[in-house]
Design a protein around this ligand. Sequence first.
Ligand code: BGC
Length: 856
Amino acid sequence: MPKPSDIAHADLDELVKGIKLEDAIALTSGVGFWNTHAVSSANIPAIKVSDGPNGIRGSRYFMGTPAKVIPCATALGSTWDTELIGSAAAKLLAEEAKLRGASIILGPTVNIQRSPLGGRSFESFSEDPYLSGQIASAYIANVQSHGIGTCIKHFVGNDMENDRFAYDAIISPRALREIYLMPFMIAERNAQPWAYMAAYNRVNGLHMSENPLLKEIIRDEWKSDAMIMSDWFGTYGLSESINAGLDLEMPGVGKWRTQDQMGRCLRSKKIMARTVRERARKVLELVQKCARAAPEIIDGDGQERTNDSQEDVALMRRLAAQAIVLLKNDGGILPLKADHLKKVAIIGPNAKARVLTGGGSASLKASYFVSPYEGIVKALPKDVEISYNEGSQAFLTMPTLDGEIITEDGKSGWIGSWYDHVDRNFSLAPKPLKVDLISETKLIILGSQPPELGERWSLILRGFLRPRDTDTIFEFGLTVAGRAKLFVDGELVIDNWTKQRPGDAFFRTGTLEERGTFHRKAGVKHEIVLELCNVKPAAGGGEDEIPPSGAAVQLGGADVLDADKAIEESVEMARSADVAIVVVGLNADWETSGYDRTTLALPGRTDELVAKILAANPKTVVITQAGSAVEMPWVDFAPAILHTWYLGNATGDAIADVLFGKVNPSAKLSLTFPKRLQDTPSYGHFASENGKVRYAEDLYVGYKHYENVNIAPLFAFGHGLSYTSFEYSNLKITTPKASSVAEGFEVVVKLVVKNTGAVTGSEAVQVYVTLPPSSFGHLHVPKQLRGFHKVRDIEPGESKEASVILDKYAVSYWEEGTARWRAERGKYIVSVGASSANIRLVGEFEIGREFEWRGL
Ligand code: BGC
């Protein structure tokens, strides 16, 4: 009996020639949301792809498989530790993909944070293309050496979310090469991702799914043999994308590449059969790679599983702690000495909130979660008196009710009954087709409804709010793609059915959140019924529509808070405590797919809360959670600040490890924190204007801008403190080897790092290069990161060597006139720093003769 994985040994030339053109056509688009097409007559199996990038969701958002959520990409970038990222990629991503039966991870994301406002800033490693490229390389190499493919994304220019299907990124050739393509290029050179995902947007006039850059750069210049897929619903034409080199259209329900439409394009010679077979061949090459590397997945039962071994849990915690950046520590108030504390106040909207990662396609259902509050409480001795107050509210839409809703017999979740509609007036079939116990309160159904349902259907969810011992006014929020209404104890509380206001939720197919309140009585088990149907009113008032990516609903809720009282109580609590720990920040509502942030300020009254607590108790530690930068108007009054990004399942444990000194922090910011939005490089031209986004900051992205215009940031790129101190000395720079040719060009930079403090610590040493003034009149940025070395575990008094190799990438710039990389003759300045703004040692080397190159 042939096995599906036998494709590992197939001769692809023969296979491609041998299959029918219809099969070749079918192979160029997916099946459903997450699979490629199988051709059983030719023993070609399907492979499954899965998001990505900070965990592996599996094939369902809805009733999904519990998974490990690792720290978000900006957090991973902040470790500056390629070895650690490598272990995480191998053990927490590749192994996890195997548990989900997925052969390809839809990640890493290596777009660039032109502004911290970008909705998906959290999903890319860094504002610096070199750091991003190196971290991505470690990620890709280690996932792939463990049998799972990666799909690097989004190629290229998806650096913001508003208008992402349409905007045209106008980027100079030089900035495109040096900034936006560079992380892809470094990853291609170092690790050869098995797949690329074309971005949604246009670049310089053409959508990326039909842009000649796919061929010119990926195939011709970099000689990559990766398969190129579209982003989801990111194809906007047929012949254009086939001819441009886009191998696979995703998802399969996108429906450009149908037999009928492909047939017409073939007959009219808009596309050639030969091109279709070439695209199909790339898909088969990928399937073959997957079958060779991990045949057990291809031959597996397709089931999705969860397994969190003790070692995994420990690595999750270590990784998360290694990503926490100590921004400030005046007077060494951290680490806190748990044994010396009697009274601790834990305050803030993020202390108990389920904030694991950003939203959108990066989100997944966590297999476990430790909140900051839980982590801190666990780490404190039992006799410490702990007080808590939410202080202020930070949500955009009402917080999740996961865990708050129970069934009649007390199980967590609610009972969902699926009904067909028997007519166009939403009348339900007399009996449900299926009944499920559903634990989520955010249901992105995306085709995961029972397959036997007809075209128009409803899901009725019934459960009870967990009884509590206080009376409150409780507020619900209901967002839907489709229609929904909410009843509490039989009374209609929210109607998001008859009148709807379009919003940004669910990849912009949903409504705005509608809210409604009710009196939640102490000790009462209130009944909640939510009715959802998959048909929504048409935008223009005509025929009803079925949202293109399926129905979705989100029910959230919280007590109505007396905001003044909450702040007052928190201040009192802080005043009487030995230490106040304030946990504030953003969440997956603010940072997500489909839209950008509009401000760098923390939500609601957060800043006021923090400022008042700092005034009440000088011994206050501020912990911020956000995937990108936030403003901190109270920064001068805060003695200690930890920026913790989104840390995934292990959040609270990792925070406690750093807070109480079990882990000495060694992370450094992967992007600049500005003082205010107006200071950011793309301020004024970040947004799309009539469909055009002008990358007018050009090469001056991130720290290059702040340095160039001499604006002091709040915290510089590369900044991060330790509980110890380091001294840098003995800088040695070799004269260039092969100084006039690109291949083999090499300069070695070495120095000694000494731990001059009292505890063991690790230091990310950063090497920046300044190019010599150009004899051709080109302008260069002040300096660029070109190497780093994380020197680990230096004991007090101990010295260790840091060393970095500078290659041709480190000395070259993109010469637009000749379309080549060029290194000019002259003196190159090497600045070695503890951050981009804290340069400790400076040296130089010289190149005697210029050289040029192309390719990798
Ligand atoms: C995102 C991709 C993601 C895909 C599949 C898209 O909306 O932009 O990053 O991999 O969906 O979920």
